[in-house]
Write a protein that binds this ligand. Structure first.
Ligand code: 5GP
Ligand code: ZN
Length: 105
């Protein structure tokens, strides 16, 4: 989607460094971190929110991606956060999962 900031990041428009990437998703650092480690797991396809996510294979891949990236950076203890819908605080309307960790990395 042309006016979606996360689609542009995935497209490489801002040269954002990916902490992890595979054919389904990218993981990059949140611009305004709310924890010592704050990563965003973002599917490469544009899906507005969890409400619109129907692809069960992609659902599984998102969790596999979380496990892969946390293993890669050695983060064993973390929280996941998914804001769904504007009233719940979702600002970027391209579905994503926040990984929040306390370890200094
Ligand atoms: P939401 O509130 O939609 O769940 O979270 C969106 C998150 O994306 C926010 O934590 C915000 O800091 C982050 N964010 C917004 N724009 C950008 C950007 O251009 N680059 C990065 N790395 N993060 C962004
Ligand atoms: Zn998008």
């Amino acid at each position: 989607m042309t006016d979606c900031i996360f689609c542009k990041i995935i497209n490489g428009d801002f040269n954002t460094e990916f902490v992890y990437e595979n054919e389904y998703l990218v993981v990059f650092k949140d611009l305004h971190p709310k924890a010592p480690i704050h990563l965003l797991v973002v599917p490469k396809v544009h899906v507005e929110s969890l409400n619109e996510l129907e692809d069960e294979k992609l659902m599984a891949e998102l969790f596999k991606g979380i496990k892969a990236v946390t293993k890669k950076i050695g983060l064993k203890s973390y929280n996941l956060h998914v804001n769904t819908g504007k009233e719940a605080g979702q600002e970027v309307m391209h579905m994503h999962i926040h990984i929040l960790g306390k370890d200094k990395k």
